[in-house]
Design a protein around this ligand. Structure first.
Ligand SMILES: [Cu+2]
Length: 118
């Protein structure tokens, strides 16, 4: 990101920019959006492991709230949050269970891929 920012600043200061301000502005506007889209698709692929305690199970919504420890892969601190889970995954869980689990995370949307009691 820093390299690209430096590149943008270099472009903005180059004589060509003054020759065609409008085109330079379009380039400057397009570049950050391209970066954001790339970041999102990278986030979509992220898989991580964590351990935690089951706080709440919502079988109707297909979610489980877990107080989980830090997740170094995602630079997450310990927190309590909801994860999407399948009926099969929820079936064997009870509130208060100590669990280890794997999940995929896309922005604020996290889905459990495997979960087991410890
Ligand atoms: Cu979390």
């Amino acid at each position: 990101m820093r390299t690209k920012l430096a590149l943008m600043i270099t472009l903005a200061m180059s004589p060509a920019v003054f020759a065609d301000d409008k085109k330079a502005m379009e380039q400057a506007q397009n570049m950050p959006m391209g970066n954001m889209q790339m970041d999102q698709s990278e986030a979509a692929a992220e898989t991580a492991k964590a351990t935690g305690t089951v706080r709440k199970i919502n079988r109707e919504k297909g979610t489980v709230t877990i107080a989980h420890g830090p997740v170094p892969e995602l630079e997450w601190p310990a927190m309590t949050m909801g994860f999407k889970a399948t009926p099969e995954q929820l079936e064997k869980l009870n509130e208060g269970d100590e669990i280890g689990f794997e999940f995929t995370s896309k922005g604020m949307d996290s889905s459990i891929t495997s979960i087991e009691k410890q």
